[in-house]
Structures are given as C-alpha cells and as structure tokens.
Design a protein around this ligand. Structure first.
Ligand code: BGP
Length: 469
C-alpha cells in the first residue's frame, strides 16, 4: 500500500442539520434564519430551492446510520439544530429535539461510528435573529446556555465537539457579500458579529473544560490559503490583508489567544474595530482548544487592484471562464481566478497542495495539535443510472488527491487524526440549491428521496477498511 494511515484514523463524512434534516416545523422545532430567508427570498436561491424537506433525514435517520455503517466509516460529523433543541434560542428546551439527537448518537455508537458534533452550523433561531442575531451581545450568553444544555444531555457519549462551523465564511456572506441571511452589506457589523461568535466559542470551551466532560472540544475553520495574484508588492500586501481578515482573525484567537496585531491595527485605522471589553479579550487563551477542524475547498489569489466592491458566486454550475473577479472589497483586496487552475463546474479551483499548506500552518501555530479535516469535497452534477448506480470518478480523483497530501502531512509529523468528506449525502447547498451534489449517497429528488450509493462510496469504503490506499 502506498498510503498507509496511522492506527485509529477517522474515516468519515460530514453534514449539517439544515442541509439534510427537513422536518422544518414539526415536533416543536422553531424557525431558523435560513428557513425564513428561503421562504422570503426564493429568487436568491438557485431554482428556488428550500431546505424544508431537505433529505428528510429527520425521518430516515436509522436508514442513514445503517448506510454509514455499510460504507465502513468509523466517524460521522453532523451539527445540532439549535432551533430544534431550543425553538426560540433562549427559552425552554424541546424534549423531542433532544430525543432525536439522543437516538442518532446512540445508533451511531452502537454501529461503531464516533460522533463529531458541531453546535452551530449557521441555523440561528429566528427569534434571536429578530433581536439582532450575532450583533446582539446577548446572543453570546444564549449560545453558551444552549451549548451547556447539549453537553449535559450528550456529553457522556460524544468524543468530539466543535463550537462553530466556519465563523469567517458565515460572517463574510451574512454581513459583507450579503449572499446569506441576514443579507447585510457592512464590514463593520461583520467584525462585530465575528467578535461575538469568537466570544461565544471561548466561553463555551471554558465551560466544557470546567465541567470535565469526557471528550475534546475545538472549532471548525475554513482556512483558504491566500496567494498573491502576482509578485507585485501591492498584491503581496493584499494577500496578507485578506489572509489576516479571513483566516488569522479567527485562528489566532483560537490558537494563540489574541487577535492578530496587524489586522487589529488596520481595523483601528479604518474605524472597524468591534465593541469589546478587556474581559472579553481575556477569554481567548492559548491552548484552550483540544483540536482544530480544518475545512478546505479551494485557494484564493489576492490582487491589490480592488477599485470596487463586488461579489460573484456561480450558483448554476454553468462554468463561466469569462468571470475573473470572485470577490473584492474596494481599497482592500480582490480575489481573482488562477489562469492555470483546474476548476469545477461551479468555478471552484481544485488544488490539493493548498490543504497541505493549511495543515502545516495549523501545526505551526501549535505543534502537534490534533487536526481533523472536517470538510473537503467536490460539487458535481452526478446522474443516477437506470440500474441504480452512480459513476463519480471525479469525486474519487478529488478525494484521492487530497488524501495523498494528508498522508504526506502525517509523514512530515503533522498530527492529522481524521478526514470527513463533504458530504455523507447530496444536500441543500445553501444558495446553490440541490443541483450541486456532494454526497457519497445520491438522493433521488425526482422521486422519493431514495438513497443510492455512488461509486466513490465503494472506493472510500475500501480505503477505510484498509486504513489507506
Ligand atoms: C462549507 C459549509 C458546508 C457546505 C460546503 C460546500 O463552507 O460548511 O455547509 O455547504 O461549504 O459549500 P456549498 O454547498 O456552498 O457549495
């Protein structure tokens, strides 16, 4: 075998509650910010898709766990729906919500699959959003109470917890590009939101450790590598700023215990600093988290030539080679495409080397920190064959290339403990709707949401069973 992995390596896949569960308003679940956004602005989502039915995982959970087991995985990353557990985010807890996750966790453990549970994957309870959402300092305390209740309920059975999924991406899209709810265009408000999320993270980690639960706790970050588009000094500066704003602003409080000085100064100069107290900054401590989750899809190329603020996201899967600028903030940085890059139909570059660099970088912040690749995958236009098979050679190639760099990182002494392919099943891909398919399991949306194993799931099963490839 060319790529043997260490013993007890986790081979899994990942999902998020709102992307698969459906059952949006039954058994006491409250509405989330995404439920409302999709109802009010169907035109902003490709083919006007909604997560209301999702993959109906809420009703097919046992079947899905049996499939995870049949596919040979020994880990599964999923998120808890805050509004399913606490419908308004601040009042009474919903016993039926707890009960659903009790059953999921028990069935996973019984099947020999370790749960890796994320507390917040973007589905903020609507009632909290109506009170200002993450801009409101009170949401920090509400989140910590919700997290504490989840630890009390599931803490004896969950080995890995993550506080937040990709706070950088959710604040960027919620408050800068305005592509995601609450669709705000304000960099200043984005930074306030990010600060509150990081406070909620820090307090939750502190609480978890004080109570000495059996597992580990970390955070999941999307740390896209940022390269200068050219060797010019202007692009170098833009790349450093973009990396600071999107990556270092999040990973440094989590791993070093403070915000990056250069970005802090930049925000101070531009009157963008968040309202904060000295006490809050003291909550960020070095060595607080037990592991780091890294989500990786593609790298960025930053140019300093940002003369306007604009955003482009290919949600249709119709490749658009003419589109050069992906995202730009006037006067700061502009992300452009790589003329030599390999791109998917949604214009996401395939570049496994970027993952290697991120793993090395996370390890550089704290040598030997356990790292899980908590998401990595490719959106494709998979088709169901009449015999029920699905050929997805591009997914096999994608995962294989990324596993090869993870293997290299482990050989180089980096403590990577597991890999969760995004995703277990095709799901609601946010504003891309359902055409963009990510799963090991094909979901037949033309009929009854039946699950079909794709070719990649058989290939990955053999990797998991052999602990390498
Ligand atoms: C990550 C999210 C996931 C997932 C993935 C793919 O940022 O954490 O929830 O959706 O991206 O992105 P998309 O579905 O937008 O293509």
């Amino acid at each position: 075998m060319q790529h043997p992995f260490p013993p007890k390596f986790i081979w899994g896949s990942a999902t998020a509650a709102i992307q698969i569960e459906g059952a949006a308003d039954i058994d006491g679940k409250g509405p989330s910010i995404w439920d409302q956004f999709c109802q009010q602005h169907p035109e902003r989502i490709y083919q006007q898709a909604t997560p209301a039915l999702g993959c109906d995982h809420y009703h097919r959970m046992s079947e899905d766990v049996a499939l995870i087991k049949a596919m040979g995985h020994n880990g599964y990353r999923f998120s808890l729906s805050w509004p399913r557990i606490q419908p308004d985010g601040q009042g009474a807890f919903n016993e039926k919500g707890f009960d659903f996750y009790d059953r999921l966790i028990d069935q996973l453990l019984e099947a020999g699959i370790a749960p890796n549970v994320t507390l917040y994957h973007w589905d903020l309870p609507l009632a909290l959003a109506e009170q200002g959402g993450w801009e409101n300092r009170a949401t920090v305390d509400h989140f910590v109470r919700y997290a504490a209740a989840c630890f009390e309920r599931f803490g004896d059975r969950v080995p890995q917890w993550a506080t937040l999924n990709e706070p950088s991406w959710s604040t960027l899209n919620g408050y800068v590009t305005a592509l995601h709810p609450p669709c705000v265009h304000s960099y200043k408000r984005a930074i306030q939101v990010a600060h509150h999320m990081l406070c909620a993270h820090a307090l939750t980690v502190k609480h978890y450790h004080e109570k000495a639960y059996l597992g580990q706790i970390g955070i999941v970050l999307n740390m896209s590598t940022v390269y200068p588009a050219t060797a010019s000094a202007q692009d170098e500066t833009a790349a450093r700023l973009a990396d600071g704003a999107l990556n270092r602003w999040f990973i440094e409080p989590a791993l070093l215990g403070h915000y990056p000085d250069d970005v802090w100064q930049y925000y101070a100069d531009w009157d963008l600093l968040p309202e904060h107290t000295g006490e809050e900054l003291g909550w960020f401590t070095e060595d607080s988290i037990d592991f780091i989750g890294v989500n990786y899809y593609y790298p960025h190329y930053a140019s300093g030539n940002a003369d306007q603020t604009q955003f482009y996201l290919n949600t249709s899967g119709e490749k658009d080679p003419a589109q050069d600028c992906i995202f730009s903030i006037k006067g700061a940085f502009k992300f452009v495409k790589n003329p030599q890059g390999r791109y998917t139909d949604w214009d996401w570059e395939i570049y496994p080397e970027g993952l290697y660099e991120l793993l090395k970088r996370a390890n550089g912040y704290r040598p030997n920190i356990p790292i899980y690749v908590t998401e990595n995958g490719i959106g494709l236009q998979d088709k169901l064959n009449p015999d029920g098979s699905v050929d997805d050679p591009d997914r096999i190639a994608f995962v294989k290339e990324h596993l090869a760099v993870i293997h290299q990182a482990i050989e180089d002494g980096i403590n990577v403990k597991g890999y969760y392919m995004w995703a277990l099943m095709d799901n609601f891909s946010w504003i891309n709707g359902y055409k963009k398919r990510y799963g090991f399991l094909y979901i037949d949306r033309d009929n009854d949401l039946s699950r079909y194993r794709k070719a990649s799931s058989y290939w990955y099963q053999s990797v998991a069973e052999n602990n390498g490839f």
